[in-house]
Design a protein around this ligand. Structure first.
Ligand SMILES: [Fe+2]
Ligand SMILES: [Fe+2]
Length: 172
């Protein structure tokens, strides 16, 4: 079951993503909603890594790591699958000059997966949380600012609608 984070930080923090969500193609809305939740979590991870959140409270830090692992399993894992199986191939089909961008995004998915796995190791947990937050933040902003607009401009309406159905099927 996919989780919705209960304690989201100020919408101002995610303002630009929220602003772009308002204009999103209907087929991308579920992915953008994931981005909003993931961005809020990424910001908390980065703050935790910098010692600005729960300073001197290792239990809270471990709690955040557990929350991230759960969010990854429930939300980011299927999210990455939808992007890799549906979104990226379709965008590349209709906009061939996106190869470098998509290749970079795929590498980032791998790095995010590896960093989530590294959360199992409590050694340098603070650094791992910071790295994950930083990576997720930049990845999401790149997709919202660069990739999604290409989908909206380059993919024909019927193909875009079909992609929306397939994405929904994967995200559940
Ligand atoms: Fe992605
Ligand atoms: Fe994404």
């Amino acid at each position: 079951m996919r989780s919705a984070l209960s304690a989201l930080p100020s919408a101002l923090i995610c303002g630009q993503v929220l602003e772009s969500m308002a204009k999103r193609h209907a087929s991308l809305i579920l992915l953008s909603q994931d981005h909003h939740h993931a961005l809020a979590l990424a910001i908390r991870c980065r703050k935790q890594g910098l010692g600005q959140l729960n300073p001197g409270n290792p239990k809270a830090m471990k709690g955040l790591a557990e929350e991230v692992k759960k969010f990854f399993q429930q939300n980011l894992k299927p999210h990455f699958e939808a992007e890799e199986k549906v979104l990226f191939p379709l965008i590349h089909l209709h906009s061939s000059d996106t190869e470098t961008l998509i290749s970079a995004l795929l590498s980032e998915h791998d790095r995010i997966r590896k960093t989530v796995t590294a959360l199992e190791n409590e050694f340098e947990l603070s650094k791992t949380l910071f790295d994950l937050g930083d990576l997720l933040d930049r990845h999401i902003r790149q997709e919202e600012r660069t990739l999604f607009p290409i989908f909206e401009q380059a993919v024909p309406p019927l193909a875009a609608e079909q992609a929306g159905r397939e994405i929904k099927g994967i995200l559940g």
